[in-house]
Design a protein around this ligand. Structure first.
Ligand code: GSH
Length: 293
């Protein structure tokens, strides 16, 4: 990797690692790299994930469904570390795109896969008739914001987050370009939240669950080093109000702990197989029992 001006060759070839964080798992081809079956637990839903923002969306949804009394929404959450495990054969079978989160719905006669966090949220919302209005304007508004998130966050994560926090060198052009777009997105949310309690209006919905882990996480200062200062996130007052309200929900707090592998060990529930795991199986307790991290 050099900072010298780059003249692209006529045909790109994969002849060196790209550099930066995650370079070791980046490759220009899809498909599995090794054989590995996925474990299956006792619950109707089997989730294979990690507590990145995309992973948190789904664990928040499950915890909200359970908190709302949907007993059929119980789930096993298995940990997929994205240091190569996303290329195991079993995982690629349920997500040909090799990215967490991926779900297997085993609640009916024949298990089937659902991948892409937005599709998983919609699938669960429709199945349980929850957090997504049934029809009309309210449904359209909720889906509009859900898909806004799916289309916008790659500019925040793959664009701003990558060049600000992970790239091997700081490139002013790239950071400027994506800081500008990220701030524009923060302003979109701030304006929407000026007149609405929740993202899609008066009701809490899957749009909030999708947007919170990314933009709430940024507003809290939880992602990309000191990005919160760099982007002056405190100036988005309505976004700050919403972030505090969503982050205080007990189900959101639980959902953010599931499949977490970093930070305070008391906030990490690396795998979730039962509601009681939040009391008994957080990483601090496991380390106290086993004596190792
Ligand atoms: N559009 C996908 C994005 C999922 C995604 O980017 N997942 C990341 C973690 S946040 C991942 O698994 N990365 C591993 C890799 O790129 O190899 C979704 O929303 O489900």
């Amino acid at each position: 990797m050099t900072d010298a001006p780059y003249t692209p060759p006529k045909v790109w070839t994969w002849n060196k690692p790209s550099g930066g964080a995650f370079a070791s798992v980046n490759r220009p081809i899809a498909g599995p790299t090794h054989e590995k079956e996925l474990p299956v637990g006792k619950h109707p839903f089997q989730l294979y994930s990690l507590a990145t923002p995309n992973g948190q969306k789904v664990t928040i949804m499950f915890e909200e469904l359970l908190a709302a009394g949907h007993k059929g929404a119980d789930y096993d959450a298995w940990l997929i570390r994205i240091d190569g495990n996303q290329f195991g054969s079993g995982f690629v079978e349920i997500n040909p795109n090799s990215k967490i989160p991926a779900l297997v719905d085993r609640s009916g006669d024949k298990p089937f896969r659902v991948f892409e966090s937005g599709a998983i949220l919609m699938h669960l919302a429709e199945k349980f008739g929850a957090f997504l209005p049934k029809d009309g304007e309210a449904r359209a508004e909720t889906l509009s914001w859900l898909f806004w998130q799916m289309g916008s966050a790659p500019f925040l994560g793959g664009g701003f987050g990558h060049f600000y926090a992970y790239a091997p060198s700081k490139i002013e052009y790239a950071i400027d370009r994506y800081a500008m777009e990220t701030k524009r997105q923060l302003d979109v949310l701030d304006r929407q939240l000026a007149n609405n309690e929740f993202i899609a209006g008066k009701d809490y919905s899957i749009a909030d669950m999708a947007i919170f882990p990314w933009y709430g996480g940024l507003a809290e200062g939880a992602i990309y080093g000191d990005a919160a200062t760099f982007l002056d996130v405190q100036s988005y007052k309505n976004l700050q109000r919403w972030t505090k309200a969503i982050g205080a929900r007990p189900a959101v707090k639980r959902g953010r702990m599931v499949n977490r592998t970093s930070g305070d060990p008391a906030g990490q529930l690396r795998e979730r197989h039962d509601a009681s795991d939040f009391e008994t199986s957080t990483q601090d307790k496991i380390e106290a029992q086993t004596g190792k991290a």
